[in-house]
Design a protein around this ligand. Structure first.
Ligand code: NDP
Length: 399
C-alpha cells in the first residue's frame, strides 16, 4: 500500500523497522537511511527476504538538500524521523519541499539549550496545511501513546478531564551501575533539567527531582518516582477539555540517581563546550561515548515497564477516575525483535502512527499532536502489534 523512509538506525528505529516488516500490507517498501550506513545495512541483512522490500541509504539529516535528494529519489508516502530531536526541523523542511507526510517521536531541541517546547514545530502549521501534508508530532510512547490514551479517555469515558498524571515506570534491570535506556545524551538532558507541571493554565517550575512520590504499579509493585518536565504536558493541556492540572512522573532507582548527581557535580553532564587537548568537546557528548550503547542492553535487561495515565474528571455530572496503561516485558521484547522494552514501546507506536497516515485513517493536513486524531484505530493497532493496554476504574491515586 505504501512506502516509508525511516531516518535513523538506532534502538527505536530498529524496532520500528521490525514492526513495519510485520505489517507488509501497509509497508510495501521501506528505505532505512542514517548517518552510519553500515547500521542500516545490518538491519536490512537481518530482515530482508520478507514481503516488505528494504533498501538503505546514507544521509546526513542535518542537511536539508541531502534529505530532499533522497526523498525525490525514493518517493516515500511518509518520512519517519527516528534520528535525534536536533534533526526535526531540517527533516520537516525537506518534507515541505517534497510534499511528503512527516512523523516523529520527540519534539525539536536546539543543540545548545536543553529546552523542550513545541513552538518551533508548531510554527510550521500553516505551511504544512497549505502543502496538503500532515506532520504527526510525538508518535512514541510518551509522548505518543499517552496522548492517544488521553484522546481515548476523552472520547469514551469523560465529558471533561480535570487531572492527568502520566506515570512512566521502568523496572528493568540491566546489571550495570549506570546506563540509559535510550540515547544517553537526550536522556540525561531530559532528567537533569528543571521539573515542571501545569496547574490552572500556568507552568509551575520545580528543582530537578524535587518532587518524589512512591507508587504501587500494577504487575510491578512499589517504586520511587519523580516529577519531570515532559513535552506532552504542553500539547495535552491545550487539546484535552477541562484540564486543571497535568503532571508527569518517572521512576528512577537510587543507583541511577547517585551516579547522575556525581556526574553532574563534576561537570560531566554539561552541554557547554570545553577546550580539551586543543579540541572543543561537549562533556555530555563525551559521557555518551563512554556509557553503554542502549542497543547493547537488550540481552541483559530483565523486568517490566508500566507506562500509563490516570485521569480524573466528570461523566454525566459525576466524578470519575480511570487508569489506562501498558505493561511490557524487556525479555519478551528482546526475544521478539532483539531490543529492550524502552526501544520497543517507542518503535511500535512510531510504526502505527506512520501506518495511520499511509492508510489515510488519519488525514489532517497541518502540524498536529497525536491526541488531535481519532484514537480508536491506533488503540486497535496497539493490541495487534504488541502493546496491549489495560484499564482500571479504581486506581491508586497520586497525592
Ligand atoms: P539512538 O542514538 O540509538 O539512534 C539515533 C539514530 O539517529 C542513530 O542511528 C544515529 O546515527 C542517527 N542520527 C543521529 N544524527 C543523525 C544525522 N545528523 N543524520 C542522520 N542520522 C543521524 O537513539 P534512539 O533510537 O534511542 O532514539 C531515537 C529517537 O527516539 C530520539 O529522538 C529519542 O528522543 C526518541 N525517543 C522517544 C521516546 C518516546 O517515548 N516518545 C522514548 C525514547 C526515545 P549514528 O548511528 O551515526 O549515531
Amino acid at each position: 500500500m505504501g512506502k516509508a523512509l525511516i531516518i535513523g538506525a538506532g534502538g527505536v528505529a530498529s524496532v520500528c523497522i521490525h514492526k513495519c516488516c510485520q505489517n507488509p500490507d501497509v509497508f510495501e517498501e521501506i528505505c532505512i537511511a542514517s548517518r552510519t550506513k553500515s547500521k542500516c545495512d545490518a538491519l536490512k541483512a537481518k530482515l530482508d527476504g520478507g514481503k516488505t522490500k528494504i533498501s538503505t541509504a546514507q544521509v546526513n539529516a542535518d542537511n536539508t538538500d541531502e534529505l530532499i535528494a533522497l526523498i525525490n529519489e525514493f518517493k516515500p508516502d511518509v518520512v519517519i524521523n527516528l534520528a535525534l530531536p536536533y534533526q526535526d526541523l531540517t527533516i520537516m523542511d525537506a518534507c515541505l519541499a517534497t510534499k511528503v507526510n512527516y512523523v516523529d517521536t520527540a519534539n525539536y531541541e536546539p543543540l545548545d539549550t536543553a529546552k523542550f517546547e513545541y513552538k518551533w514545530q508548531w510554527a510550521y502549521r500553516e505551511r504544512f496545511e497549505n502543502a496538503g501534508i500532515t506532520a504527526l508530532l510525538g508518535s512514541g510512547f510518551d509522548p505518543g501513546v499517552t496522548g492517544v490514551f488521553s484522546a481515548y479517555a476523552m472520547k469514551h469515558e469523560f465529558d471533561e478531564i480535570n487531572y492527568i498524571d502520566i506515570l512512566d515506570c521502568n523496572a528493568g534491570d540491566h546489571g550495570y551501575p549506570f546506563a540509559t535506556n535510550f540515547n544517553p545524551e537526550i536522556n540525561i538532558r531530559e532528567v537533569s533539567a528543571k521539573g515542571s507541571y501545569i496547574e490552572d493554565g500556568k507552568w509551575v517550575e520545580t528543582e530537578p527531582m524535587e518532587i518524589k512520590r512512591v507508587y504501587n504499579f500494577p504487575e510491578i509493585g512499589e517504586k520511587d518516582m519523580y516529577l519531570l518536565h515532559h513535552e506532552e504536558l504542553e500539547s495535552l493541556a491545550l487539546n484535552i477539555k477541562g484540564i486543571k492540572r497535568i503532571r508527569f512522573f518517572m521512576t528512577f532507582g537510587q543507583s541511577y540517581l547517585t551516579h547522575l548527581k556525581c556526574l553532574e557535580n563534576v561537570g560531566m553532564t554539561s552541554i557547554e563546550p570545553i577546550e580539551f587537548e586543543g579540541k572543543q568537546i561537549v562533556p555530555l557528548q563525551f559521557l555518551k561515548a563512554v556509557l553503554p550503547d542502549p542497543a547493547s542492553l537488550g540481552p541483559r535487561t530483565k523486568g517490566k515497564t508500566n507506562i500509563g495515565c490516570i485521569f480524573i474528571g466528570k461523566k454525566d455530572g459525576k466524578d470519575k477516575t480511570y487508569y489506562l496503561y501498558n505493561v511490557c516485558d524487556h525479555e519478551e521484547c528482546y526475544k521478539e525483535v532483539g531490543s529492550q522494552a524502552v526501544s520497543y514501546t517507542t518503535g511500535v507506536p512510531a510504526m502505527i502512527g506512520a501506518a495511520m497516515l499511509i492508510t489515510g485513517k488519519w488525514n489532517k493536513p497541518g502540524v498536529h499532536n497525536i491526541e488531535e486524531f481519532d484514537p480508536d484505530p491506533f488503540m486497535d493497532d496497539l493490541n495487534r502489534f504488541g502493546l496491549p493496554w489495560k484499564e482500571s476504574y479504581e486506581p491508586e491515586l497520586v497525592d
